[in-house]
Design a protein around this ligand. Sequence first.
Ligand SMILES: [Zn+2]
Length: 689
Amino acid sequence: MGTTALAGLGGCSLPTAADPGERWLEQARIAGQAFFVGFGDRRLEEVLDTIVASGASVIEGDSNMSDLLSPMALGQTLDEIAYVTEKAHERNLKVVWYYPALEVITPNGELQDSSMFKDNPSWVQYNIEGKPNVFYGSKEHWVDPGAESAWMCHNSPYRDFFFDRVRRLGHSGVDGVWCDVPLYMDTVVRWVCTNPYCNDKFLAETGYAAPTREDWDDVAWRRWIHWRHVELDRFCRDIYTANAAELPNLQIICETVPLDYNQATVQALAGDFLGADAKNVGHVWEVDSVSNDFGMKPANHDDWLCKIRMFKFAKGCDRGRYCWVFTYGHQELDAGLVMAAAVAAGCAPYETQTPKMTTTVGVAFRKRMFSWIAKHQRALFDAAPAARAVVIQSSSSRDYSDQGKAEAMYASLGIDADETYWQHNDEQLLSAAPYLSEYTGICKVLSHAKVPFLIQPIQTLRATYLEDVSLVIAPSLACISDAQAALLLSFVRDGGTLLFTGDPPGEKDEYGALRGENAFAKALVGLGSGSDLQSAAVGRGRVYLSRQSLGRRYLNQSSTSAFDTVKGVCDKAIQHAVEIDGPPHVHSEHSVLDTSHLIHLVNYQGAMQSAAATSAYPFTHRLEELDAELKLRFPLPAGAKVNTVRGLSPDPQTPDGPLPYELVAGVVTLSLRVVQYRVVEISLTEASS
Ligand SMILES: [Zn+2]
């Protein structure tokens, strides 16, 4: 294959990527590549040159580390990884190598006498019924027929086996280890792990015996649900600390499949538990598509909102650190929009075609997107969010409300012809999950109202995160710890506005147990008992309470009164920095870099499935680009003058360039067209904040 010859550095003729610099993690553009045994030198050079030409800065390298390898096979693999890494480093590419944390595949393990599970039955995860978490054959797309997929208990002797292999992988010279799926898999059994190694630890730390059946009324069960999040979070940190003395610079990048939806309750890996203090460990989030085979092509409006919400949640979890996300798509139109939504949220893209890891939607597509992102990487990844509204996400409230019953990743149902669609029955839909639909509905109101917002997991909330925030919305925040409640109350007393919607707030603790006194009793005391919006002054701030599920009513019934109620509180609490007049299917974000305001506009109308088209996909459905026309109104901050106004866009129809605008009485107004993704950059001559 041919590659574009790029100017090498220092007289070297190798095609070489730009120096990735100190902030290579935050500004990563990631491409996956498989390197199998027998990969010749010539092929390796070609592949690496193509990756450089595509504009990637990081390789996710994949070989046979998923398989149970003999010591000799492992040695050979590590030699090859070291060689590939050296060649990639010559081209300025960073290398992160794929190694599943808790899944071990034994090829042909079904019929062989020896396999990971058969040789080490006490090392695997067990569920509450005592069944091992092991399966054979093609129950997942990455497990070949006849292979054994064994899910390992991280507290068993497997722990040292794994940490030692991470150590050896680290010594091969890679920059990081891509630790896939450190979680409790639920392909064949639910509710793990009750291996005695885990049970002993749970008992020692909580005083409860591990549960043997699912019972949400049982205090030990509820505690176990919470403990599993804590425990897997600790394990992710330990992957780094186990070898930190020998490999202090090695990055541990945990591939995290569940986002904020209910799979996190079942699989227990909850990325919101990893706070900003975690050292050398972070996330690459596998944000799935509605369909494994067709990406986001069959998605409807609310599915896209879920996608946007998940990216924003990921960024909220990774505050103060890099945030990598899969930008799975099927073809350019849906993949481009997925990447736009990710980048607008501040997430670094891993480009691949759903559902595989080392593919691409297209070399030309990757190059178009990555080169644009590289050109604007400071604006995209170093700008500070300017949102003044925060939506609180609460894993405890989700766990104890929704109880993992509906997966609720997306809003729409697939059709029978597409077996790879995530959800095939109503019980699995977003609408079947009370917590998640209230939380999503609030995000939908804010997105439609063009109110820029952040999603902040309550688990890692710090007082400093609320310093520039005017409004906190807490949908169905039933479960909360004393310390978390104190942070929100102090935010209000200092002048903030707090809006509660849905389930009564603060009735339970973080383990789902009813409290003697409501955690927000002091703030709620002045409120009446009606179902209309109630409000009371608290300190210098104000608390609002709606006993109605405003988010759910807007999500499921498009209730205008629910929308108006939430929007009304936003308008009272926030002095909007920018006003956007445009259709609901354009999502907006606002950030500030130096003296430039950046308004991100993501238009998902063209990639949105209509209800009428649903029955036709996947055989005849075609997406098309549909422009959106918008008007922006931006009152200049006091003392500021306009330097330039530009539109920045990876869309071929609207290349980067100046945007015409009017300036009247200190207000910038402009009209513009958005195909898929456009950033309005208003550059000021004086500091704007
Ligand atoms: Zn275990």
